[in-house]
Design a binder for this molecule. Structure first.
Ligand code: HMG
Ligand code: MG
Length: 299
């Protein structure tokens, strides 16, 4: 049986776009429940400006509380610049996640700098992470399409993936930020990556499900040997600086499909559904997940 690693991003990507801002105490409870589901990796917050993303304020407290959990789960948080890294290091978890874009307009809108400048900002963060033995993940956004510039050539993601890997990140997560990709585009990208000797074990798929193509895109990624996927419980999510970006692929829908196909994830699907129903009450609106709505069918 083949193992698939799921990186649960609900506590970060999921909550950053919610109109109801959850306090650090509720987010910490959420992280605890998620770790009890059996996820090996959970993204728990972001050290970004609270003026830009108020939903992530208090991520240091969430991190401190996560460190108190008796769990083997590895935690990570988004860090955009040195200021964020300084805050992250006050109670560091296992991993920092850097994020850059494949389109200049989105880079400017999301982090107020060019793509080149964003990679310059990453250099001191990576140095600091290495010094503190913290793993570094790199995200690329708007890999397939940008809300401002339309379709993005796969060569951009290839070039930036190479750049990230050369800088020493252990994995690059390829984001379909606004959920426009189709399996044809996914296949084209991974063929190009493989032709250029990018090891698929260093790649994660990060699909938003805005147009209902996320599971199909996961299937296509599996065909190309990708074994790591980011998803968000209940299908929570979206990026406030990407108009039209709705929820991430729902974790429970992903796990249902994977387990049904004979893959293992180490995650307890029933607990995931219970947690999705709990966070649904906290955010105060119904979530997009099909499985949490329909339930697990009887054998
Ligand atoms: P800026 O305004 O250009 O920053 O923001 P600045 O350096 O000019 O500083 C302005 C003020 O912000 C200063 O404070 C700084 O100290 C403060 P003042 O002197 O005015 O009082 N500041 C900070 N405060 C807290 N934490 C920090 C920080 N940095 C500066 N780290 C910045 C630049 C990057 C901070 C801003 O644009 C920002 O926070 N952007 C966040 C965007 C974001 O979080 N987007 C969502 C995540 S990305 C995503 O969802 C995509 C992904 O899921 C993959 C996919 O789906 O494709 C990962
Ligand atoms: Mg995302």
């Amino acid at each position: 049986m083949k193992k698939i690693e799921i990186i649960e991003v609900g506590a970060r990507d999921g909550l950053q776009n919610e109109s109801r801002i959850l306090p650090a105490s509720t987010r910490s409870q959420f992280v605890k429940k998620l770790s009890q589901c059996g996820f090996k990796r959970i993204e728990i917050g972001a050290f970004v400006s609270p003026k830009w993303i108020p939903q992530m304020e208090g991520s240091l407290q969430v991190q401190k509380n996560a460190l108190k959990l008796k769990t083997k789960t590895q935690f990570s948080a988004l860090v955009p610049n040195e200021r964020g890294m300084q805050d992250f290091l006050k109670a560091p978890v296992h991993e920092v996640a850097l994020f850059a874009a494949c389109s200049e307009s989105f880079s400017k809108k999301n982090i107020n700098c060019s793509i080149e400048e964003s990679f310059e900002r990453f250099k001191p963060i990576i140095k600091e992470a290495k010094k503190n033995k913290i793993k570094v993940r790199g995200y690329l956004s708007t890999v397939y399409g940008c809300p401002f510039e339309g379709t993005i050539n796969a060569r951009v993601a290839l070039k930036l993936t190479k750049k990230f890997l050369k800088m020493g990140v252990h994995e690059v997560s390829l984001g379909d930020t606004i959920g426009v990709a189709t399996p044809k585009q996914v296949s084209h990208l991974f063929k190009l990556m493989k032709k250029n000797n990018i090891p698929m074990k260093k790649i994660a798929g990060h699909f938003h499900d805005t147009r209902g193509t996320a599971l199909a895109n996961v299937l296509e990624s599996l065909n190309h040997g990708v074994t790591k996927f980011d998803s968000s419980i209940g299908g929570l999510g979206g990026c406030p600086y990407a108009p039209g970006a709705s929820g991430n692929l729902a974790t429970e829908d992903l796990i249902y499909m994977l387990h049904g196909m004979g893959y293992t994830t180490g995650v307890d699907l029933k607990k995931v559904i219970q947690t999705a129903l709990w966070i649904q009450k906290e955010v105060g609106h119904p979530l997009m997940s099909r499985l949490s709505t329909a339930g697990i069918p009887k054998n």
